[in-house]
Design a protein around this ligand. Structure first.
Ligand SMILES: Nc1ncnc2c1ncn2[C@@H]1O[C@H](COP(=O)(O)OP(=O)(O)OP(=O)(O)O)[C@@H](O)[C@H]1O
Ligand SMILES: [Mg+2]
Length: 355
């Protein structure tokens, strides 16, 4: 069994009457890379700040490595943190920025220089030790911020949207570097982001946050393929959420528009005529000439957009607008508005949304 490293129990934070973290329970393993994913204002930074000790919980407890740290001051937690906005000391060189935590900890000079050199090597900025923050790009500054956080050998690393101020290409390259460094060091890491692709691509597990609660905790594949709630389904990926009516619960059949479809998962306690929602990934289906079998939907094309590697087509089935993606090919003919199309998919691709 994996070893638990960070445990959060019934964590609550209220600012005045406004409860922004609502009894969150989480348990992370040693060496895990965890993302807190959720929209703006859902409480991600507040949770991170409570773990770091910058914010005191209204109630609840935080444990690291079996010891309670809920009321320890930040400097006694041995946790490294990188913030969203570049938070380097502007009047200090790269070297002095990275050395800062080591100096505060009272390390001897003879130990500091080689440790800083090692950290600069880790982030591939050995040549920039004498630069000041204003002489570097945003991506370079964030790498220095990472080196500064890691220099004192923290037992845990907290990253609050460290990539959000960077342009798309640098963001992808830097997130891969962060993941690689994290894996090499084996350091337990909590990474905050509102970018689902970022979370899916680098995490061992993801916590999807919704208005102060953790809606789902799971591997990227769990979160993407088996969303536990409507919120997770709609936040992660560009999922279609389709209104349907139960036809025969014993046979797991539902009606969408004029089509009757058999679900793979049991419908449960619903009765004929009940309304349900089902989710369908845009990449799940493919166009078909005829509506054979019971896992096809036929409708009228509303729009078709060329997005580069994919073509996204929206079509209408009984008032539901359903998007689906096809890979691009040089000779691809885009479906035209008004055209009738049939989308075929596997029965297991339709997920029942339970709330
Ligand atoms: N010091 C504070 N005083 C009062 N309200 C606060 C304080 N800090 C945060 N909040 C509120 O708590 C809620 C959660 O804020 P938080 O910064 O944790 O969100 P977030 O998920 O990190 O959002 P974002 O993605 O925009 O950074 C917000 O409604 C915010 O306005
Ligand atoms: Mg935040």
């Amino acid at each position: 069994m994996a070893e638990e490293f960070l445990r959060i129990e019934k964590l609550v934070k209220a600012f005045g009457a406004n409860q922004v973290v609502k009894s969150v329970d989480l348990s992370f393993n040693k060496g895990e890379f965890i993302s807190l994913l959720g929209p703006s204002g859902c409480g991600k930074t507040t949770i991170l700040r409570m773990i770091a000790g910058f914010e005191r919980p209204t109630s609840g407890n935080i444990f690291v490595d079996g010891r309670e740290i809920t009321n320890l001051t930040p400097n006694r937690r041995n946790i490294g943190m990188v913030f969203q906005a570049y938070a380097l000391f502007p009047n200090m060189t790269v070297f002095d920025n990275v050395a800062f935590g080591l100096k505060v900890a009272g390390k001897p000079k003879a130990e500091i220089a080689p440790r800083v050199a090692e950290m600069l090597k880790l982030i591939h900025l050995e040549q920039l030790a004498d630069r000041y923050p204003y002489q570097m790009s945003g991506g370079q500054q964030q790498r220095v911020a990472l080196a500064r956080a890691l220099a004192p050998s923290p037992r845990m690393l907290l990253l609050d949207e460290p990539l959000s101020a960077l342009d798309a290409k640098i963001r992808v390259s830097l997130r891969e570097q962060i993941r690689e460094i994290q894996q090499n060091l084996g350091i337990t890491t909590v990474f905050v982001t509102h970018d689902q692709e970022e979370a899916l691509s680098i995490s061992d597990r993801i916590v999807v946050m919704n208005a102060g609660r953790a809606d789902q905790v799971g591997t990227p594949s769990d979160i993407y393929n088996r969303p536990a709630t409507r919120f997770v389904a709609s936040f992660v990926g560009t999922l279609n959420i389709i209104d349907a009516t139960v036809v025969d619960p014993a046979a797991n059949t539902i009606r969408i528009g004029d089509g009757v479809i058999t679900l793979r998962e049991p419908i449960g306690a619903l009765k004929g005529g009940d309304k349900v929602s089902v989710a369908l990934r845009p990449e799940a289906g493919s166009l078909s000439e005829s509506a054979t079998g019971d896992t096809a939907l036929t409708g009228t094309v509303v729009s078709s957009h060329f997005l580069g590697s994919v073509v996204r087509t929206k079509f209408d089935v009984g008032g539901n607008q359903i998007s689906f993606d096809m890979f691009n090919a040089p000779d691809k003919v885009l479906p035209q508005p008004g055209e009738t199309v049939t989308l075929r998919f596997a029965a297991g691709d339709l997920l029942l949304i339970k709330d």
